[in-house]
Design a protein around this ligand. Structure first.
Ligand SMILES: [Zn+2]
Length: 286
């Protein structure tokens, strides 16, 4: 990376931090590095490069996405290097969070997928996993985001469903119950990493906000952007729909950092968060 870009990112980082430390599965750990130099250190955890930001104190911190599937109460560590050649290992601990559990009994035939569909789903999961594994240094997206739209939360992040006594994957996003056609605004600047149509997600847009931070928009009626397109904060990226595996129109909004899915609401400004109130109704599918 060229020096002017590095300096820009360093300065930018001071103002960008809005996340709070949330060290639990589905959260984001902010791990101070005891480094105060001008150039950001480079850090890794579980072989994934980490986003680095400067704290208001001037100290560099690694911003680590903690997967919703992470083992609770686990001891983790990250390693980092400075431009001066210093390296260190920093241990940190992941706690636990009690997400709601919902038990449902449904007709088996409603859930069964044929082999072709199972194969398709596996392939599509691989495509998304590969896309969110990218680390782009040259995209200066802000971690302090606005909500992509204002609507009641119809299904919270992390909800654990048990269908016919079989536990399913935890809900990897937040569902916002907006009607079909509602515009979806980019919550921060970025680049469209991918757009397309997948079995579960329906029509989707994946935004790359840089340094391993991505946001995903599912079940769109239609996308308004193309892969590779740069988007500014507030730009319309698509419209709410009911495509994919859903029971009604809503936006499934997900966020990933260093390849780990975490609660996108951790990124949202307090002002917007206050407008996203939970809606007492049966959750949407995803
Ligand atoms: Zn959802």
């Amino acid at each position: 990376m060229r020096l002017p870009i590095l300096i820009f990112l360093c300065v930018f980082g001071v103002f960008a931090l809005a996340l709070e430390d949330a060290r639990y599965p589905g959260g984001v750990a902010i791990v101070p590095l005891s480094e105060f130099g001008k150039i950001a250190p480079i850090a890794f955890c579980d072989d994934r490069r980490l986003k680095i930001q400067k704290l208001p104190s001037g100290e560099w911190a690694a911003i680590v996405g903690v997967s919703i599937d992470a083992k609770p109460n686990a001891n983790k560590y990250l390693s980092y290097w400075t431009i001066e050649g210093k390296s260190a290992i920093v241990p940190f601990k992941i706690g636990d969070k009690a997400y709601p559990i919902q038990r449902l009994t449904i007709d088996q035939s409603m859930e069964a997928l044929d082999q072709a569909t199972i194969d398709r789903v596996a392939k599509e999961r691989g495509i998304i996993a590969a896309a969110i594994a990218e680390f782009s240094e040259d995209i200066g997206g802000d971690t302090r985001m606005r909500a992509p739209l204002i609507a009641p939360i119809s299904s919270a992040f992390g909800l654990r469903r048990v269908i016919n006594k079989t536990p399913r994957r935890p809900h990897s996003g937040t569902d916002l119950a907006a009607p079909k056609g509602t515009p979806i605004a980019a919550p921060s600047s970025g680049v469209v990493a991918l757009e397309g149509s997948h079995f579960y997600c329906g029509n989707f847009v994946l935004l790359n906000h840089g340094e391993g931070l991505f946001t995903l928009y599912c079940h769109l009626d239609r996308s308004a952007v193309k892969t590779g397109q740069a988007t500014k904060t507030g730009a319309i990226v698509g419209y709410v729909g009911a495509t994919g595996r859903v029971t009604g129109a809503h936006l499934h909004w997900s966020a990933a950092l260093n390849g780990a899915w975490f609660d996108p609401l951790l990124l949202v400004s307090r002002a917007d968060l206050a407008k996203l109130t939970p809606k007492p109704q049966s959750p949407q599918k995803r």
